[in-house]
Design a protein around this ligand. Sequence first.
Ligand SMILES: *[C@@H]1O[C@H](CO)[C@@H](O)[C@H](O)[C@H]1NC(C)=O
Ligand SMILES: *[C@@H]1O[C@H](CO)[C@@H](O)[C@H](O)[C@H]1NC(C)=O
Length: 245
Amino acid sequence: MWLLVQGVLLASCLRAAAFPRGCYPSEEEGLKTFRCSNARLTEVPKDIPNDTNKLYLDSNRIPFLPRDAFRDLPLLLELDLSHNAIAAVESGAFRGLTEHLRSLDLSSNRLVSLSKDALSNVKAKVNLSNNPWLCDCRLQELIRAVDLTAGSSAGIVCDSALQEEHVGKAFLQVIADTDFCNVYKKTTDIAMLVTMFGWFAMVISYLVYYVRQNQEDARRHLEYLKSLPSKQRHSEESSTISTVV
Ligand SMILES: *[C@@H]1O[C@H](CO)[C@@H](O)[C@H](O)[C@H]1NC(C)=O
Ligand SMILES: *[C@@H]1O[C@H](CO)[C@@H](O)[C@H](O)[C@H]1NC(C)=O
């Protein structure tokens, strides 16, 4: 009996040792599932069985996804990374995940910004809700490039933005009438217009000044001519008028 208990203990120890701490495999609806939820993980564990279909890494403390973090999981269908501390995703982090992947949950993390390149090979529905997003061109490009999980778009809210008025608003609502990627072009266009208008105004005011000055000179000259004896005046007056004209 004692031997049996020892044997069972030993077996369970060996079994536990084969998997990352806090993780356990199961079979759910015929799919190989690997659960590491609430396991205080600070990185994506190695040694995940390569035939896993569903991987739960939610509710941990993972801050960063390095390149090839999920390289050896060709049969993965669902990947739950929600409720972690992910603030950075290296490009190529999801490399190796195939077109089989149908769901990727990155919600409730600390993503401020994410390049669309990081998700370039991901065909899955992606949940990006509940992250402290910076609403800018980068996010706009990301949102245009990925397939969002149905019903999750309202959860993508601007935590910061260049324009104060966008903070706290759903990003999809904001990009309905703001094109973040064209702001720079617009600004340069406006700057060009202002500069051109400035030059134009300067030229016009110089012309006006020049004409006025000439008129003044001509008037003074005419007055001077009027004060001269009439014979001389006649010839000079006509020459002045031709000059003015
Ligand atoms: C998992 O790894 C084993 C051993 O390396 C290999 O024989 C097997 O084909 C792999 N399975 C998948 C689905 O890649
Ligand atoms: C997306 O993530 C949010 C936040 O974690 C969650 O509340 C929501 O249920 C998720 N949406 C879907 C469709 O899974």
